[in-house]
Design a protein around this ligand. Structure first.
Ligand code: AMP
Length: 292
């Protein structure tokens, strides 16, 4: 496994890399969720590039850029074991120089949910992902469903900018108790971690009882989360899986139940697919997808 810390080194290595190349963008402090992306990339492509870069552009002032977990030596060990071929780990000044004046922003799907709570976040993500795609030129790039709105935005961006890359999605990896893995989880105290479990539990319940009644599902989600101890809810909603627009009334489209909450000082997000599992569940409507 090689490590590149500047763009010239990455481009030199890329010129000799065996196609197809996969890209897995990360902010490091890697866990089993990230490694599932690397495994998916490994199974599909001859060569796997993983970027490790805590992107300052995607943190708003007052967010946790300074305290975001960082562990490059540990990440390199994990990536060597996972079979990555190249790790791109640029310094901040290399990838986001002080005079950077160009940004990429995607409208529509970035305006609600995370976009409404994190000003500038998605333009920061879109700009850095665009740069990573340009310098790496992958055939496929792998993203987790954990950051579902990010995934939807990247797909929109790649379509709109005619970027020649396939965007591959990987399901959320969870701890056995249901908590979605996140680099930020290391900052949770035992008590906070217990409080955080209500998020995945409420999502699971909505998924299990989903009958296409979006208003009832949204109300159930909020009434489970708003009074939950230790949880400060930012949003809980049931949205169309492609447009992210909130569903209303009876709606039999495949959807996502999405939540974001602060637990202590840590902000957590999670989501599940909600879909009708059989024709009887659908009260006559046809489900085009299998059960979860
Ligand atoms: P991050 O380092 O948090 O920016 O995440 C890098 C990539 O890993 C993103 O595409 C995330 O969606 C994905 N990811 C993070 N946590 C998980 C998880 N628990 N399961 C699956 N993918 C994840």
């Amino acid at each position: 496994m090689q490590v590149a810390t500047d763009i010239a080194a990455l481009r030199r290595w890329r010129a000799g890399a065996v196609d197809p190349v996969a890209l897995v963008p990360t902010m490091g402090a890697l866990h089993a969720g990230h490694l599932a992306l690397v495994a998916a990339a490994r199974s599909r492509c001859a060569t796997v590039v993983v970027s490790v870069f805590v992107n300052p552009m995607q943190f708003a002032p007052g967010e946790d850029f300074a305290s975001y977990p960082r562990d490059l030596p540990g990440d390199l060990d994990r990536l060597r074991d996972a079979g990555a071929d190249l790790v791109f780990a640029p310094a901040r000044e290399v990838f986001v120089p002080a005079d950077l004046a160009t940004t990429v922003s995607v409208s529509g799907v970035t305006e609600m949910l995370e976009g409404a709570h994190r000003p500038g976040h998605f333009a920061g993500v879109a700009t850095i992902v665009t740069k990573l795609l340009h310098v790496t030129q992958p055939a496929a790039a792998f993203f987790g469903e954990k950051d579902y709105q990010q995934l939807v935005m990247i797909r929109r961006m790649v379509t709109d900018l005619d970027l020649p890359v396939e965007i591959a999605a990987v399901e959320i990896v969870r701890d056995p108790d249901g908590l979605a893995l996140s680099s930020r989880n290391v900052h949770l105290s035992d008590g906070e971690r217990t409080h955080a479990l209500v998020l995945s539990r409420a999502l699971r319940r909505v998924r299990d009882v989903w009958d296409g009644d979006a208003d009832a599902a949204r109300a159930a989600l909020r009434s489970a989360l708003e009074p939950a101890p230790g949880i400060d809810l930012d949003y809980a909603d049931v949205v169309d899986e492609r447009t992210l627009v909130a569903l209303a009334g009876q709606d039999h489209r495949r959807a996502r139940a999405v939540v974001a909450a602060r637990v202590g000082t840590i902000r957590l997000i999670d989501n599940v697919v909600v879909e009708l599992r059989s024709t009887s569940d659908a009260r006559g409507a046809r489900s085009t997808h299998g059960g979860p």
